[in-house]
Design a protein around this ligand. Sequence first.
Ligand code: PA5
Length: 447
Amino acid sequence: MESIKINITKTSDFLLQSDINKYQTAITNSHEALAQKTGAGNDFLGWLNLPEDLSPELIQDIKLTANDLKARAEVIVVIGIGGSYLGSKAVIDALSHHFSHLKKGGQGSLILYAGQNICADYHADLLEILDEREFALIVISKSGTTTEPAIAFRLLKQNLEERYGKEGARDRIVAITDPVGGALRKMAINEGYKTFSIPSDVGGRYSVLTPVGLLPIALAGFDIEQLIAGAKAMKKISERTTSLYDNPVSIYAAVRNALYKRGRNIEILVSYHPRLQYFAEWWKQLYGESEGKNKQGIFPASVGFTCDLHSMGQWIQDGERTIFETVLTVGKTKKQIEIPSDKNNLDKMNYLAGRNLQEVNQMAEKGTLLAHVEGGVPNLSIEIPEINEYYLGQLIYFFEKACAISGYLLGVNPFDQPGVEAYKNNMFALLGKEGYEELAEYLKAKL
Ligand code: PA5
């Protein structure tokens, strides 16, 4: 098996070799702080060893539970927000048929999501769709107290209980939450739901390789053992500490930090494959929540090319030079499709006849990269041989570890998210929650 690679040659117009070299000590120290658990947030490092720590019994339990749910329901609704849903959605979308909702006879269940927003129309439409289908629920919340998934769970649980009775609903609900604390754990114990635990030392956005990601991914019909194998392989690669150039994790963390120091405070993750759209969403949460602290941090953005070249392309080529791009370059696609010849050639496309669409996409990628570099945008590429479970596992671990190192280079705790509380407190106060009366008065005066 190959491994994903990083290419930084197209940053050389913007960074000196010495700009990168000088990170060697800081990067070594950051690796050391993670390994020795001496850095900020050191009680949230369980994700580091997850690929090796997942027991065969747990994997087996996840697979059996997936089979059991699959037998009971054609649609599985995963309830969760942030790290409790983005990881599974990223992997499932990356591996699924693009039109899986219309495709008959797929190998896995159709996975839908709820509780990642509080939109009335979204949830009303979901309930309407579920009315005509057998469904089951996986409710995920590390804290067990997050408002959005709690509301969605209340709605969907009531619907299930009305249809199947309390007993029947119980067989169709799996809860994934903290091993001991939180309202969801308490509810699961009271109601007798099947449960999985999110290890206490693994935060939401680092939890895709726990049952949080693995159960929905297994249900969708994908090989979770290959995903874990990929992560394990990248774990090994990421432990190389000789030179930072030998370790893609180190080099990515060093280069993006060096670019940030030179005023590049927006990183755009670029993909030419629509199936990676949610991978970018997962990445944005990982880096945004981990780095955006103390009035610092690179703003993580994403685009899907060539589509967004017709919307954001102008800005990227010619706008303010505060950006850099990280391109997810895919070696080969699952399917081949050839461009046909046309007798009349009115569209003048015959020069492409007989060429593979992936070749055209790759040329678009190379052409864009060169144009953007010329336009003053540093480019990094992460080269993925193909999109499958194994390489996605590598990519997940790669980005997680690089994120932790990046946080340490910035001098922030990459494992907390204190800023997320502000909106919650205001929302609770405005909704009249007990204990928030004073804040409510203050906010009402400001509205
Ligand atoms: O990374 C994180 O910890 C957060 O983004 C959480 O994933 C998100 O807030 C959801 O939290 P919970 O799983 O506790 O409902």
